[in-house]
Write a protein that binds this ligand. Structure first.
Ligand code: PMP
Length: 406
């Protein structure tokens, strides 16, 4: 993409036209949540204004229309992940909900002493649900270590998959380090021992194409809000055979075939895992967000973002006292760093004065912070609407920060 192409793309995002603290907004926090193109918001508003109606039950015009659009989004999500069938696409409220669903439902099939293997670079949402499972069912949580670059140590990872391992749950792309994990290799090693794999793709999905069939992954979770869609929507992909074996998670309307006080039977997939009225307008708008991403093309997005990441890595290296946290060989979209003698929260506050939005903190990945011996990092996270000029502004503002605090 040329600079003109990016300028045209930026026009789709009204948020980018505003000032923050009197300066043009520089949004470098897409890893927390992505900005929304106007078409996505328009689709949600239009549904709420004219199409509001429940799905899967009414016989009237609006309900049929809402159901069709809702199910169209499911088909779009299926195509986006290249799942075999739409019945393998479960709408959730986000990645956190998807992982909790697997931890409760798949987890309920585990026995005392069984093991779940995660890694040292997981987001809290891929740690805590497993710890809760461990408490409920005396399951054991094992953690694969990472090296100083922020890469999984594959020999250790392979060694930790043993006869009692029942699931490997690993992030596809670390939100705290930017590491892209070797997805194919992880699946190969786990499947060699008949262990299913879950990928937390919350952070990966906006930056790289994910093909669940090519990867042969068993579960995968994504969040709409990181994919330029609304909050409160996500997808859990699961292989049909596994989802069939798993008991329902939440009970209620929509997930049943028939209910009596003597005996209730459950609906087939995917309804079995979708109790209650879903976020209908959000799901419909999420479908439009996927259309938008497809129009740009994930291959082109990834190529441009790599260029940005390389450029950002270069300009940040010119800032005195700056240390990048996370220097994996395969990285995307994340520049996590510390500055000598400046607390990350002070960095965030200083940059904010220049209209630059970054995140400062532990990024819901406290074990990663302790691995590197820091309480927090500052994190600039990129999307395709960012520019090299914005990264220059970031470096410039950081230099000012160094001067103020030195
Ligand atoms: N995993 C990763 C790697 C993430 O970056 C995030 C969001 N920061 C999550 C899981 C949780 O996603 P959500 O808050 O959308 O449920």
């Amino acid at each position: 993409w040329t600079q003109e192409d990016i300028e045209i793309i930026r026009q789709d995002f009204p948020a980018l036209k505003q000032l923050a603290r009197g300066k043009p907004l520089v949004y470098l926090d897409s890893g927390a949540t992505a900005l929304k193109p106007k078409v996505v918001v328009d689709a949600e508003v239009e549904h709420l204004l004219y199409g509001a109606s429940n799905v899967h039950r009414g016989v009237h015009f609006l309900s049929e229309q809402a159901t069709r659009k809702f199910e169209d989004s499911r088909e779009k999500a299926r195509a986006f992940l290249n799942a075999r069938e739409t019945s393998e696409i479960i709408f959730t409220s986000g990645t956190t909900a998807g992982i909790n669903l697997v931890a409760y439902s798949f987890g309920s099939l585990l026995k005392a002493g069984d093991e779940v293997l995660i890694s040292h670079m997981e987001h809290h949402s891929n740690i805590v649900p497993w710890q809760m499972l461990c408490e409920r069912q005396v399951v054991v949580l094992l953690v694969a270590p990472i090296d100083d670059r922020g890469e999984l140590i594959m020999e250790e990872f392979a060694r930790l998959i043993g006869p009692k391992t029942r699931l490997v749950a690993i992030t596809a792309l670390s939100n705290a380090l930017g590491t892209i994990n070797p997805l194919q290799e992880i699946v190969r090693l786990a499947h060699a021992k008949d262990v299913p794999v879950l990928f937390d793709a919350a952070q990966a999905a906006p930056h790289m194409a994910l093909d669940v069939q090519a990867l042969d992954v068993d579960f995968l979770t994504i969040s709409s809000h990181k994919l330029f869609g609304p909050t409160g929507v996500g997808v859990l992909y699961g292989k049909r055979a596994l989802l069939e074996r798993m008991p329902p998670f939440l009970g209620g309307g929509d997930m049943i075939r028939s209910v009596s006080f003597e005996r209730t039977t459950y609906a087939p997939l995917p309804a079995k895992f979708e109790a209650g009225t879903p976020n209908i307008s959000g799901v419909i708008a999420f479908g439009v967000a996927l259309d938008y991403i497809n129009k740009l093309g994930l291959a082109r997005i990834a190529a441009y973002e790599h260029e940005l990441l390389d450029y950002g890595t270069k300009v940040l290296s010119t800032v005195p006292g700056l240390t990048l946290v996370g220097t994996a060989r395969h990285k995307a979209s994340i520049l996590s760093f510390t500055l000598d003698n400046v607390h990350p929260h002070d960095i965030g506050t200083m940059l904010d004065q220049d209209g630059i939005a970054i995140r400062a903190g532990h990024h819901c990945a406290q074990p990663v912070m302790s691995r590197y011996g820091v309480p927090a990092t500052a994190r600039a996270s990129l999307a395709f609407y960012n520019t090299k000029a914005e990264l220059d502004l970031l470096a410039q503002s950081l230099r000012k920060c160094v001067e103020v605090f030195s």
